[in-house]
Write a protein that binds this ligand. Sequence first.
Ligand SMILES: [Zn+2]
Length: 303
Amino acid sequence: MLRLQLLILGLAALVGWLALAAPSPAQAQGGGALTIFFLNVGQADAALLDAPDGSVALLDAGDAPSGQDLLRFLGDRAVARIDWWLPSHPHADHVGGFTAVLNAGVPVVHALLPSPQYNTPTLMRQLGMLFSSGVDVQNAAAGQTLTLDRAGQVTAEVLNPPEPPETNDVNENSVVLLVNFGQTYFLFGGDIGTRTEANVVARQLANVGTWPPIDVLKVPHHGSAGSSSQPFLNVIRPRWAVVSVGARNSYGHPTVAALDRLTSVGAEILRTDQLGTIVTTSDGTTVTVEIAPYIHLGVPQPP
Ligand SMILES: [Zn+2]
């Protein structure tokens, strides 16, 4: 009886292994997968992009208390180099954690910074370290297209801010990135509000004439009521909406109004305060979502 059970277990393991080993259509063409981790950093934003060829981009880095955990996470994933540092805007909840990365001497190749700059002591110290270590520092302006990996499979189109910027507001000047791999698209909205959402949509429609289907939206401004406007969502219609928020945060994020609007266009909402770190993987055709509550960075959240 025991032998039969072992045989069945062995067969099940073999079938499981074969299922795991079977390449997806994109992988069969030698593509591999793109993985984006929306890290659970409390009331802040941080995402790590891991391209099929191993190139790495960091899109925001959480706040300062998350820095050491972010570093540990990079170490766990054997990230030896950040190919692109892509802060959306210089507020502490988006760039604070990057100081620990720089202090640890993790090499950074390129940095695309929001413009105009916003001078905080943290940002000035980071800029000093970036420039002194020979990082290729560029200013973000709508219309640029970055190639994030050496294989040229993953690109990021800069959709905001325009050059010259239309406002001095730091949130509204967030760098908005449209990341593309194969037929899949990820939109990173920084902390933009209604007015910039409208401008981003209008510019893209004027320039390209259409919007690609958005698989994953990093919901602008942590789901505040002044973002995720209906006209914006009606155009981009994301399949998944990732909201990066701290449990019981003092801002009341995400707001019911923003969540209702996201739901009204059919988006499935994924909240870091409820689910923890959210891992999205694209094989170039389809995006799949996995929850990784064990990856938590920064200050422990209240239960
Ligand atoms: Zn923010």
